[in-house]
Write a protein that binds this ligand. Structure first.
Ligand code: PLP
Length: 372
């Protein structure tokens, strides 16, 4: 009698049923979603080199953080950390918060995004429109502490910076690397020379770097980062305490310090890109692709051209794959507003000329530029 009572503990059973229904909702969402496109571009200066851009802006929540948010909710549920009626919190400067708010609403949970008060107003509105609460913190260095306070009061901390590297199934499950390699199957160069991405949480680079090794591909991983970021200094010296030597205007990447998810050993090369070059490249991508993407997509594009120029100089052919990380509409009042650029003392004209020269002649965009 006693053991039967324990077996059918109604509260535990109800909790278990809720977790099952939440997991079913995430699986249904995944089944409804299409994979993101891999767009191909070729440029006159780079004969024999194919460029591919994975359009992560086409996720329902507009960025590659859609994948991360889905993984973080799955990880919390499967670890028994997330229960019916529990609030959910994370520290995020925007893209992750938008995706997490979307999934929280789907699961009927209250979501709190802890953000620096200086976050782009459009991103704050996006989180609020999805029913999320934005807890704005004046000092950006305090966001983690504030998220921990919410967690101490009972909220489930999704913890993108702490868990991004492990929440994603790097061996497969259609992670971003498996998806890219699968989509290249029928191409002339199905095994890319390089895959290029940035580092925010470090989750994307960790997944790609591990997957390339696991599948025994010859492709190498390049991290494209704003000049002087924490990742740049940390990768060089393998120093977990490295900090950035300069701030960046590019959202989503260029962290001020080394995050727990930065796996330096799976990264073969780091290319540093000045902010004005990234912004000029984001403008140019709009012309090339007919759609706006964010600043970190521009950073990736500059690094792709840098790598292509050295391939060309060695007479090497092959393919280079990179990511379009988020929608450019989010930056209409910032990176895509000429008066905002002027107020931040950014002149994209010399970089625009350098990038166009690179596309036309196959030279590196960074050596030819007059300013850094
Ligand atoms: C998060 C983010 C990145 C970096 O991806 P991680 O997997 O977090 O390293 C790049 N661009 C944008 C716009 C992002 O939001």
């Amino acid at each position: 009698m006693d053991s039967i009572l324990r077996l059918v503990n109604p509260q535990r059973e109800a909790e278990r049923r809720w977790v099952h229904s939440a997991l079913a909702k995430l699986q249904q969402e995944s089944a409804r979603s299409a994979d993101t496109h891999l767009l191909k571009l070729n440029f006159p200066g780079f004969h024999g080199i194919d460029f591919y851009f994975k359009d992560e802006a086409s996720h329902p929540t507009g960025s590659l953080k859609h994948r991360l948010a889905r993984s973080l909710f799955l990880y919390a549920l499967c670890n028994g950390r997330l229960r019916d009626g529990q609030a959910v919190v994370d520290a995020s400067s925007g893209s992750t918060a938008i995706s997490e708010a979307w999934f929280a609403r789907m699961l009927g949970l209250h979501f709190i995004a802890v953000m620096p008060a200086c976050t782009a107003p459009g991103k704050i509105r996006d989180v609020q429109a999805l029913g999320g609460e934005c807890d704005l913190v004046d000092d950006p260095a305090q966001v983690h502490a504030r998220a921990a306070e919410h967690a101490a009061r009972g909220a489930c901390h999704l913890d993108q910076f702490g868990l991004a590297e492990r929440a994603t199934d790097w061996r497969g499950n259609n992670n971003i690397a498996e998806s890219i390699i699968g989509q290249l199957a029928l191409e002339a160069e199905p095994e890319p020379e390089w895959i290029v991405c940035g580092a925010g949480t470090g989750g994307t680079s960790a997944t790609i770097g591990r997957y390339l090794r696991y599948r025994r591909l010859h492709s190498r991983l390049c991290v494209a980062e704003p000049a002087g970021s924490g990742f740049v200094h940390g990768w060089r010296t393998r120093d977990p305490h490295a900090v950035a030597s300069q701030p960046t205007l590019i959202e989503g990447i260029g962290r001020p310090r080394v995050e727990p998810g930065f796996l330096f050993d799976v990264v073969d090369r780091v290319v540093e890109v000045p902010d004005s070059a990234s912004i000029a490249a984001a403008w140019l991508l709009e012309e090339l692709l007919g759609r706006r993407y964010g600043g970190s997509s521009g950073t990736n594009f500059v690094a792709c051209l840098q790598l292509a120029a050295s391939m060309r100089a060695r007479g090497q052919r092959g393919s280079i794959v990179s990511l379009l990380c988020d929608r450019g509409e989010r930056y209409a009042q910032t990176l895509f507003d000429p008066s905002w650029l002027a107020a931040h003392d950014i002149d994209i004209a010399p970089w625009d000329a350098a990038l166009r020269a690179s596309l036309a002649t196959g030279t590196t965009p960074m050596a030819t530029s007059p300013t850094a």
